[in-house]
Design a protein around this ligand. Structure first.
Ligand SMILES: Cc1cc2nc3c(=O)[nH]c(=O)nc-3n(C[C@H](O)[C@H](O)[C@H](O)COP(=O)(O)O)c2cc1C
Length: 384
């Protein structure tokens, strides 16, 4: 049985996180994942527009309702908690992107999460983790806030000492900042992952072991993980667990359109591309719509590759909004569909339980077979 420091710290049965995947709802997915022993995450980007994206299934729109992000997050946390109350081992968390573009929404979301946990201390047994992403963790550190730093936000660990704070990073520099900020876990996210990614091209195979070497915090790998082989590889590279986004979309319980799930099963590993998303580069499944985004991106490519922020591009915004709307019609060519390179390793749409059990048993089998690859000393002796 695999048991890492991640399971010890967070209290889950498995060392696996279901990634935050805004602007979509992952409410039902989070509940299913938490019930089956991994860490489920509530996604919040959709809440920043005052309600669920119109591309979200009707059920998600109802759960979110309307209102400020801080109000919606409380409603969704309550909903998830109510569904997990009777599952003593189930644990969940929230993902709050802290990009500068989102900063007011991020504050509102953080305040909402803090408020509901203070009002309902019993929830602290289940809501164990806050995952921040897409921005600088330092302004959310206790030090930054107590020193009155200009950009100080809310000191996460001061307000919620029981919380495990994870921060997602795309490079070693970001990992060191997360450590300095006092995050408990660094999630190292390689460029093969779905949706937002860095322009700078660092894959999980390079990023993960280098982050492990450079920080003393627990590290979780993200980007390209899907099965027992990749979990075993992450552990071998020094991680305490993995975060998976794309693989979880293609599960029975995921609150994503059937067309999206089936598209992930059909695509090969060569069928994604990176182009400019609403808030920075994103990895899309290759189709007519994402190729249109590429055409628009190319006009700004030089600045983008230099990491220079580009002015908002109304045309890209329009294509992406249209593509999101087409999701409702389940139109595969005209929808904007996000997904990682790992789509090429997804061949079925299992239940969350089936997926998690197969990942764990495959990883355990691979790890226990590894010693057989090492030539035994006595054999070497005989050969001599
Ligand atoms: C549809 C989709 C939406 C995503 N939205 C978010 C988000 O709101 N916040 C975030 O931190 N990461 C987001 N991500 C990235 C995931 O959290 C995760 O790190 C990534 O999916 C891992 O790579 P994988 O797709 O290869 O598993 C998203 C990924 C996908 C596929």
């Amino acid at each position: 049985m695999i048991y890492t420091k991640f399971q010890e710290l967070v209290g889950t049965k498995y060392p696996i996180i279901q990634a935050g995947m805004g602007p979509y709802s992952t409410t039902d997915l989070c509940i299913a994942v938490a019930k089956e022993g991994a860490l489920g995450l509530i996604s919040t980007i959709g809440m920043t527009a005052g309600g669920a994206s119109s591309a979200a299934p009707e059920a998600a729109q109802e759960i979110f309702g309307k209102g400020r992000p801080g109000v919606i997050i409380k409603r969704v946390i309550q909903y998830v908690y109510d569904h997990l109350k009777d599952y003593p081992d189930a644990k969940f968390g929230v993902n709050i992107p802290v990009a500068t573009d989102f900063i007011y929404a991020a504050r509102s979301l953080m305040k909402g999460a803090i408020e509901i946990l203070k009002e309902n201390p019993e929830m602290q047994e289940k809501l164990k983790v806050i995952v921040t992403s897409a921005g600088d963790p330092l302004p959310w550190a206790i030090d930054a806030v107590s020193k009155g730093a200009k950009k100080a936000r809310i000191a996460i660990k001061e307000k919620l000492p029981h919380i495990t704070w994870c921060h997602v990073v795309p490079n070693v520099r970001g990992a060191k900042r997360a450590e300095k900020a006092g995050a408990d876990i660094v999630i190292a996210s390689g460029r093969e992952g779905g949706a937002h990614c860095a322009w700078r091209d660092v894959s999980s195979m390079v990023l993960l072991p280098e982050v492990v070497k450079n920080v003393s915090k627990l590290v979780v790998g993200a980007g390209g993980f899907a099965d027992g082989a990749s979990l075993a590889a992450a552990l071998a590279l020094g991680a305490a667990g993995v975060q998976m986004g794309t693989r979880f979309i293609a599960t029975q319980e995921a609150d994503f359109q059937e067309m999206w799930k089936e598209a992930l099963v059909k695509r090969a590993e060569t069928d994604t591309l990176i182009a400019r998303g609403l808030f920075g580069p994103m990895r899309f499944l290759r189709n007519d719509m994402s190729l249109k985004v590429v055409d628009e991106t190319i006009s700004d490519a030089s600045n983008l590759f230099r990491g220079i922020p580009c002015p908002s591009n109304d045309k890209i915004m329009r294509i992406e909004m249209q593509g999101l709307e087409k999701l409702i019609e389940e139109n595969e060519d005209e929808s904007i569909i996000l997904g990682g390179v790992v789509t090429g390793r997804i061949h079925s749409i299992p239940t969350v339980k089936e997926l998690l059990e197969s990942i764990m048993s495959e990883a355990e089998q691979i790890i226990s077979n590894l010693p057989s690859y090492i030539k035994k000393e006595e054999l070497v002796e005989i050969e001599k």
